[in-house]
Design a protein around this ligand. Structure first.
Ligand code: PEP
Ligand code: MG
Length: 569
């Protein structure tokens, strides 16, 4: 919520107080406003275990073959009408409906007595399991496969083709995930925003939404509860969905975002102020797919690879070899560039089953991040082995940092383990104690990266997950800015880089303040990269310094924002 333009600028217009805000991963920048529509009409895939008589199997086989060829033909036809990525995706799906392996698997089920619909489903699930195991890009094709299944089943049942409604007023499409055939057919004049509960930055929803220029947010939790017809704003920069906003402010936000996008899309890097002070502009990612999506932006590297997000669904710790494969995908996407890998930040709001978290009364203040290594050093060492193996395999030299460092001793122990593997050690500054002790920590590590999300949470003693406390966890809080200032100063004195990878770095105005404080790199979600880069390129280093001084003199987040807006906006 803190990153939303709408929520952010409450002092500048009619307040959106009272509007609920859902958050997710922003994948296509821009702001859309309108009533919610949802896709409907996915067929219920009938579950039946009946074994058909021999003589019934031939006609079922015919039904299946005919349905697959009708569906493939329709998708091919649409591919011819579409262009670019949309066309490629539709062609790929047409090919999927005629895939030899999948057809054979279904035909085998029919030969064993399954109905055409059950066989379609069973063959699809076989392939879904296989794709999911393969992970990465293949796993993201699962939605495509299930879409082909639904189309074939609907055709067999004689039901209407599944898909999204064609709205007559500009609307916002909400869904669990969207099939390529649905997304590719969207009219950006009438579908002005998209949000899904599932999907990643390179899911087809994201690829096609990007091509069509439809603001899009994926992996949004709580979307199911938003009723059709509810007016919402989709903010594809902040990654937020604002429910029932003030209509005048929402309309204003849409036109502001359009003007801003036109300007920002010209930015191609490298990160610099208008007078040539260089600042690395980097991307935050969570896997190989995210890194490949970040490569499509002007990001100069990866400033935060949140490795724990690769393993949230695992019961068993992945081996160092498996981890090496996953990390290599990210290193490959940015070969020869800076990549900062963070070791597992498990615990609190991101528990990992294999890290065996004990029940704790206050998990955010408990055994999370680097503290897990104190209980189970093996987890950390095997991960460092995996990162080192990925570095060797890809010929890269990643920087490696630990989350949730509180003391210089923790930083020293971590740095020893990292250096022993020929890697470059750093730590995150997320705990006020670490910010205050930055000089001492810097005696042991080569760089610092400030996590303003947790730094705000722990400085203000306010749960970052609590919407009621969002004012306190706002990174514009002068106390948080003061801790960033102290850390950056310590970095400058030691001649070592100090970056920011929390959400503060994704706010273009605050990013300029961070640069004024002496921060040397800014790492943000891919969708925010150009916005931050473009803003920074429009101001001088002296202006950034003046903005930083002004923010440090205020006594509230509202006053800090207002002071900087007056100087830089
Ligand atoms: C942070 O705390 O600012 C940070 C970047 O780490 P995470 O959001 O993953 O806790
Ligand atoms: Mg953190």
């Amino acid at each position: 919520m803190t990153g939303s333009h709408l929520a952010e600028n409450q002092e500048t217009g009619a307040s959106l107080a009272g509007s609920a805000v859902l958050t997710g991963t922003p994948v296509v920048p821009g702001v859309g406003y309108g009533p919610v529509i949802r896709p409907g009409g996915r067929p219920d895939v009938p579950v039946d275990d009946t074994v058909l008589d021999e003589q019934a199997r031939g006609p079922e086989l015919e039904k299946f073959r005919e349905a697959t060829s009708v569906v493939a033909g329709r998708l091919r036809g649409r591919a011819e009408l579409a262009t670019g990525a949309a066309s490629e995706v539709l062609s790929a799906n047409a090919a999927m409906a005629q895939d030899r392996g999948w057809l054979k698997a279904a035909e085998k089920h029919i030969a064993a007595g399954a109905s055409a619909t059950s066989a379609t489903n069973a063959a699809t699930e076989q392939f879904v399991t296989m794709f999911t195991k393969l992970g990465g890009l293949m796993a993201e094709r699962v939605t495509d496969l299930r879409d082909v299944r639904d189309r074939v089943v609907a055709q067999i049942l004689g039901s209407p083709e599944p898909g999204v409604p064609a709205p007559t007023v500009p609307s916002i499409l909400l869904a669990d995930d969207l099939a390529p055939a649905d997304t590719a057919g969207l009219d950006p004049n009438f579908v002005v925003g998209l949000a899904t509960s599932l999907g990643g930055p390179t899911s087809h929803t994201a690829i096609i939404a990007r091509q069509l220029g439809i603001p899009c947010v994926v992996a949004v939790s709580g979307l199911d509860d938003v009723a059709e017809g509810t007016p919402v704003v989709v903010d594809g920069i902040a990654g937020s969905i604002v429910l029932e906003p003030d209509p005048a402010r929402a309309t204003q936000a849409v036109s502001d975002a359009r003007a801003e996008l036109d300007r920002v899309s010209q930015w191609a890097g490298p990160g610099s102020t208008s007078d040539g002070h260089l600042v690395d502009i980097l991307a935050n990612v969570q896997d190989g797919a995210g890194a490949r999506a970040a490569r499509l932006t002007a990001a100069e590297g990866i400033g935060l690879f949140r490795t724990e997000l690769c393993f949230l669904d695992r019961d068993v710790e992945p081996t160092a070899e498996e981890q090496a494969g996953i990390y290599s995908e990210v290193l490959d996407a940015f070969a020869g560039r800076k990549v900062v890998v963070r070791t597992l930040d498990a615990g609190s709001d991101k528990p990992l089953r294999f890290a065996n978290h004990a029940d704790e009364a206050n998990p955010a203040l408990g055994i999370r991040g680097i503290r897990i290594a104190a209980q189970n050093r093996g987890i950390l060492l095997r991960q460092l082995d995996g990162i080192a193996a990925a570095a060797t395999a890809t010929g890269s030299t990643p920087w490696v940092m630990a989350p949730m460092i509180a003391t210089a001793a923790e930083a020293e122990a971590f740095a020893d383990d990292v250096r022993a593997r020929g890697l470059k050690p750093g730590v995150m500054i997320e705990i006020p104690a670490a910010a205050l002790m930055a000089e001492h920590i810097l005696e042991h590590v080569d760089f610092l990266s400030i996590g303003t999300n947790d730094l705000a949470q722990y400085t203000m003693a306010a749960d970052r997950m609590s919407p009621q406390l969002a004012d306190l966890t706002d990174p514009w809080q002068p106390a948080v800015i003061a801790l960033v200032a102290h850390t950056a100063k310590a970095g400058a004195a030691a001649g070592k880089p100090v970056g920011v990878c929390g959400e503060a770095a994704a706010d273009p105005l605050l990013a300029c303040v961070l640069v004024g404080l002496g921060v040397t790199s800014l790492s943000a979600a891919s969708a925010a990269v150009a916005h931050v880069g473009a803003k920074l390129s429009s101001v001088t280093l002296d202006q950034c310094r003046a903005a930083a001084d002004a923010a440090l003199k205020t006594d509230s987040s509202t006053a800090a924002r207002a002071a900087v807006t007056a100087l830089l906006a």
